[in-house]
Design a protein around this ligand. Structure first.
Ligand SMILES: O=P(O)(O)OC[C@H]1O[C@](O)(COP(=O)(O)O)[C@@H](O)[C@@H]1O
Ligand SMILES: [Mg+2]
Ligand SMILES: [Mg+2]
Length: 348
């Protein structure tokens, strides 16, 4: 029987007194308040213009939209009232030291799907909760260079038709929706289970000519549908908001790919390991899915730097495993010989 509210869920997670657990719960509570503020701002319909004059380039060189910076300020401020030692954000070159004695470190993408801000398509906030290891005041970035398996919890808010929180604290992936009538987040599902198989993929196909052969072949085979080696038709989606693509996969399965490609600066894809791929991989695995960098499990990758990128494939476990085989044992896929000699459907 699902707990009716986020509060009830968090209380049931608390269990016996435990400093880390209560820190996680207090932090999630602060995050929900911050997300509600961001949502209220979005609802005022002031996205592009309200924060004029705040545009600049972030740590990854992207042009920051004004709402990115606003959201970052809101979440940073909220974390000052949480048991958080360190706050690392996509929008900040270096982590901020908040309280060296506090037990947690948070890595956050305050506004995911920025290219959709002006288009009224779902955007979100992604967060990863880690133990604040090492000496936070001596080397703030070091706490974030731990593999995703160490996460104590992870989640994202999605500012869509509903304000939803997708959350895992290590036992399943749960979805809560803000009820404006009740003034609280209400559990919408007990725990998501992603189907093992799928007939739906998500990828930015405009990059087809830049992909490696393994990715092209996988997509070619999907597009051939019932006439190709897969023997079934596929559907395609690409929202260009990681949170929205992930939410759909949690609801009905599917596979998401943002591989590395040959464009300058995209050899490791576009997504960031510490505050995008790791929390998403944690949620997906907790829902029975899988997440890799095409070959290696995302959660086992040891980050080398806070803002590093990583190729990402996640979703229905059998499909993710198949994509790995396209990369590691291509001759075992289908019945083609010699492999990679075919011309792709997108190619002239
Ligand atoms: O525009 P592209 O290359 O298709 O990339 C879209 C991807 O980039 C992102 O917008 C990156 O996140 P940010 O908006 O936080 O930079 C993802 O949400 C999305 O999956
Ligand atoms: Mg993002
Ligand atoms: Mg962002």
């Amino acid at each position: 029987m699902p707990a009716a509210t986020l509060d009830a869920f968090l209380n049931s997670y608390l269990g016996p007194p435990d400093e880390l657990r209560s820190a996680v719960v207090a932090t999630v509570r602060q995050l929900t308040q911050a997300a509600t503020k961001v949502r209220n701002t979005i609802n005022q319909g002031v996205l592009g213009t309200a924060f004029a004059g705040t545009r600049s380039a972030n740590a990854d060189g992207d042009i920051q939209k004004d709402l990115d910076i606003f959201a970052d300020d809101i979440f940073l401020d909220a974390m000052r009232h949480a048991p958080v030692a360190l706050y690392a954000s996509e929008e900040l070159e270096q982590p901020v030291l908040l309280d060296s004695q506090a037990p947690l470190a948070i890595a956050i993408d305050p506004l995911d799907g920025s290219s959709n801000i002006d288009t009224n398509v779902s955007i979100g906030t992604i967060f990863s909760l880690l133990p604040a290891t090492g000496a936070p005041d001596a080397n703030p970035a070091a706490a974030f260079l731990q593999a995703g398996v160490n996460q104590l919890g992870a989640g994202f808010f999605i500012y869509g038709p509903q304000l939803a929180l997708v959350l895992s604290l290590g036992s399943g992936t749960h979805v809560f929706v803000l009820s404006t009538r009740l003034g609280t987040f209400v559990q919408a599902y007990e725990s998501r289970i992603i189907p093992q198989r799928t007939q739906e993929f998500a990828i930015n196909a405009a990059n087809y000519r830049h992909w490696d052969e393994a990715v092209r072949l996988y997509i070619d085979d999907c597009l051939e549908g019932t006439e190709g080696p897969r023997g079934k038709d596929f559907n395609m989606r690409w929202i260009a908001s990681l949170v929205a693509d992930c939410y759909r996969i949690l609801m009905r399965g599917g596979v998401f790919l943002y591989p590395g490609d040959k464009r300058k600066g995209y050899r490791q894809g576009r997504l960031r390991l510490v505050y995008e791929a790791n929390p998403i991989a944690y949620l997906i695995e907790q829902a029975g899915g899988a997440a890799t960098d095409t070959i290696t499990r995302i959660l086992e990758i040891e980050p080398e730097s806070l803002h590093q990128r990583v190729p990402v494939v996640f979703g229905s476990a059998r499909e993710v495993a198949r994509i790995t085989r396209y990369h590691t044992e291509p001759s075992a896929i289908g019945e083609r010989a010699p492999l990679f000699s075919r011309r792709g459907l997108f190619r002239a």
